[in-house]
Structures are given as structure tokens and as C-alpha cells.
Design a protein around this ligand. Structure first.
Ligand SMILES: C[S@@+](CC[C@H](N)C(=O)[O-])C[C@H]1O[C@@H](n2cnc3c(N)ncnc32)[C@H](O)[C@@H]1O
Length: 392
């Protein structure tokens, strides 16, 4: 097997279960690795550190799947990892038939996402190494879960960086155009084939519950970047009088409307628009809301985008806070690892000074627990939410 020796000092991180080796941290490679080859990682004194796969063409050169001597990468290891991911999800007692089964590094399966929607699995592969193990993954999923179908989504961004080529398609069984799932007392249609991500924002399950706790019967609410209505439906279900839900995706909104019908809920006004413009328009027209949710897409895929992203956040916070009633609530989320909780707090603070509104933090949320956040791998925490009471 190809051996990768890391520079002195790097071993400390890896012995502490950090599962990436950057290209710049490599001292020597024994062998001529091709993308996706399995490697043994050694420290500078040739002591064992772990097993992983390599992509010599990317900044993150090696991703580890095991820190145990003798536990080499094999079909059996992949199956064991998926089984233990499933065991963990069972312990969570998730109040839904839709959940994330595999969360990449969070389950020691770097480059693999698996979401379960009822009896269907949706997978997304983001690294060359995992791409080469796709048949093992599929076999294990079919054996363990006996799904009715497995669908593959792709990320052009990841494929460009890693240098592999795949297509979105059914890998096993059949997959309907729409899958009906339930979460708590709500039902949703999920469009895994043409929808965003794998079809539904499973990571906001906990946030939907927290927002529901803030809404009082009769409230007037705003759901900005609403997608298929996860927050909007939760608000109406709690007794909100009305919700304005805005998104620029016509497809997401039309599924949102059907989701409202499916649950027999009325009172949501669905608006197709750019949320930045639309929020300013609402302010000009004198609207005020009791509860405001702002859940934008990732504005910062890389560090280089952080500054621009923060400008976007600032604008959303300023306009959002202006739209809040005194005593109302305002929640904002970031789903980019690069926009930290501290960034968010700083931007909210700046906005509160601009609009002269004191704020009380009433809650915080992260991605729900089926998207594990591994302490040793900081980048496994990507989704953060801050909940504020607007005091005047
Ligand atoms: C993180 S998702 C929101 C998820 C949603 N809150 C949920 O729980 O299902 C971001 C959404 O923003 C939408 N979007 C992206 N840019 C937008 C813009 N400038 N204005 C309005 N919507 C936008 C996308 O279509 C997507 O549905």
C-alpha cells in the first residue's frame, strides 16, 4: 500500500482524530498515488497514524477512515461504518421518517452523504476516493436498509475540485418524483430528483421546533428564503395568523404550496422574489412582524467569500430588524462553515447599532444531531442559528 509520511508536528493533530492531511503537510510519499488510492499514513518517524484515501491533485490530500492499526479500508469497513451510523441515528429517536444517515467526516466516511426519505436513500459523493468505493457503499446500503430505491445526486463544485464525473440518476430500485415524509405533526413532499440538496433541509429540524416555540397564536410572521416551507408551515401549525414566505425558486415555492395543502393549512402567502429586494419592499410598505426567520443559502463556500457574505448578512439583519415589532423575535442562520457563530453575532451587533434596537439572545441552534459535529473536526459544524428578542 502507498505510504504517506507527514511532516513533524502534524501527527499530533491526527493522533487527536483530525481526519485530514493537507498537501502541504506531506513529507514524503512512497509509491505513485493516483486519485482515490488507499494509503497508510505515518508520522515523520514512520509510526502508524491511520488509513485513508488520497487525491494528489487537491489541497486536502488525504482523508482518513480509520485510526486503528490493522483496520484497513475494505468493503467490510464501509459496511461497519454505515451500520454504526445507523445505530447512532436509532439512539436519537428522531421524530420523523426522514433523516441523515451518513454525514461524511462526521461518520468517518469522508466524501459520503446519505439521506433517508422514508424507504428511499439519496446519496451524494463529494470526493474521488469515495467515488471509487461507490459500489461498496451501494451494496452495503441495499443490504442494511433494504430500500425501495437509491438515488444519486451530484455536486458539480465537488466534482470539479476532485476531478471525477458522475450523473444524477437512480442507482437501485425505483424512486418516485415525489416522496412523502413526516416530521412531527407535519407532512412534506420531497422532490429528491429535481429539488435542492438531496431534497429537504433535514439539518433545520431542530430549528423548526425552536421557531415553533417562539410563535404565539395570532402572530404575523415572515419566512425569508423559505424553500418548500419548513418554517412557514411550522409557524402556521402553531397558530400564526399569517406568514409571508419568500424564495426565488419557483419550483420550491410550488412544492411549498402543495405542502400547505397536504397539511390542510391556510394563511401562507408565497412570494417568488429576491429576498434582499423583497424585504426592503416590505419595509417601505410599512410591514411589521412578530417572528422573522432568515435562512439564506451558503454565501461563503470558501474563505475568500467571507467578506462579501458578511455584507449580505449585514443587509439582511438591518432590514430584518427594521421589520420586527417591539417584543418580536428574529432568527438568522448561516449554513457555511466559514461564517462562524462569532461572525454572525458581530454582524447582528453592528446591525442593531444601525437600527438602534436592543436585542436579547433567546436561543441558539446548530445542525440537528443526525448531522454529527465532531469536536476534533471543526469543519463538521456548518449550520448555526441565533434567536433574538427585539426589545423595542
Ligand atoms: C438554506 S435554504 C432555506 C431552507 C428552508 N428555510 C427550509 O427550512 O427548508 C436557502 C433557500 O434560499 C433560496 N434563495 C437563494 N438565493 C435567494 C435570494 N436571493 N432570494 C430568495 N431566495 C433565495 C433558495 O432557493 C433556497 O430555497
Amino acid at each position: 500500500m502507498i505510504e504517506v509520511r507527514v511532516k513533524p508536528g502534524v501527527e499530533e493533530k491526527i493522533r487527536g482524530f483530525f481526519s485530514w492531511v493537507y498537501n502541504a503537510e506531506i513529507l514524503e510519499i512512497k509509491g505513485e498515488p493516483k486519485p482515490g488510492d488507499f494509503v497508510k499514513v505515518l508520522d515523520s518517524k514512520k509510526k502508524f497514524l491511520g488509513y485513508g484515501y488520497i487525491n494528489p491533485n487537491t489541497k486536502i490530500a488525504v482523508r482518513l477512515l480509520s485510526f486503528e492499526k490493522g483496520e484497513e479500508i475494505s468493503k467490510e469497513l464501509i459496511k461497519r461504518r454505515i451500520l454504526s451510523a445507523l445505530e447512532y441515528r436509532k439512539k436519537l429517536n428522531i421524530n420523523s421518517n426522514a433523516y441523515r444517515l451518513v454525514h461524511s467526516e462526521g461518520d468517518l466516511l469522508p466524501g459520503l452523504i446519505v439521506d433517508m426519505y422514508d424507504q428511499y436513500a439519496v446519496i451524494e459523493i463529494t470526493t474521488y476516493g469515495m467515488f471509487k468505493m461507490k459500489d461498496w457503499v451501494l451494496e452495503a446500503l441495499v443490504e442494511i436498509l433494504k430500500p425501495k430505491g437509491v438515488y444519486q445526486k451530484v455536486s458539480d463544485y465537488a466534482m470539479n475540485i476532485e476531478g471525477f464525473d458522475e450523473e444524477e440518476r437512480i442507482l437501485y430500485g425505483t424512486v418516485p418524483e415525489r416522496i412523502k415524509i413526516w416530521e412531527g405533526d407535519l407532512e412534506f413532499y420531497v422532490d429528491v430528483i429535481k429539488g435542492q440538496k438531496t431534497g429537504f433541509y433535514l439539518d433545520q429540524r431542530r430549528a423548526r421546533k425552536m421557531i415553533r416555540d417562539l410563535v404565539k397564536p395570532g402572530d404575523v410572521c415572515l419566512d425569508a428564503f423559505c424553500h418548500t416551507g419548513g418554517f412557514a408551515l411550522s409557524m402556521i401549525k402553531k397558530g400564526a395568523k399569517s406568514v409571508i414566505a419568500v424564495d426565488m425558486s419557483e419550483r420550491a415555492l410550488s412544492l411549498g404550496k402543495e405542502n400547505a395543502k397536504l397539511n390542510g393549512l391556510e394563511g401562507i402567502q408565497w412570494v417568488e422574489d429576491n429576498a434582499f429586494h423583497f424585504l426592503r419592499k416590505l419595509y417601505r410598505e410599512g410591514y411589521k412582524f412578530d417572528v422573522i426567520v432568515i435562512d439564506p443559502p451558503s454565501f461563503a463556500r470558501t474563505k475568500a467569500h467571507v467578506e462579501n457574505a458578511l455584507r449580505g448578512y449585514k443587509e439582511l439583519c438591518v432590514t430584518g430588524l427594521k421589520l420586527a415589532k417591539a417584543g418580536g423575535y428574529f432568527a438568522i442562520y448561516s449554513c457555511s462553515f466559514h461564517i462562524t457563530r462569532e461572525h454572525l453575532l458581530e454582524v447582528i451587533l453592528q446591525a442593531s447599532r444601525d437600527v438602534k434596537k436592543p436585542l436579547r439572545i433567546v436561543g441558539e441552534s446548530f445542525q440537528d444531531l443526525d448531522h454529527p459535529w465532531i469536536l476534533q473536526m471543526p469543519n463538521t459544524l456548518y449550520l448555526k442559528g441565533i434567536y433574538l428578542e427585539v426589545l423595542r
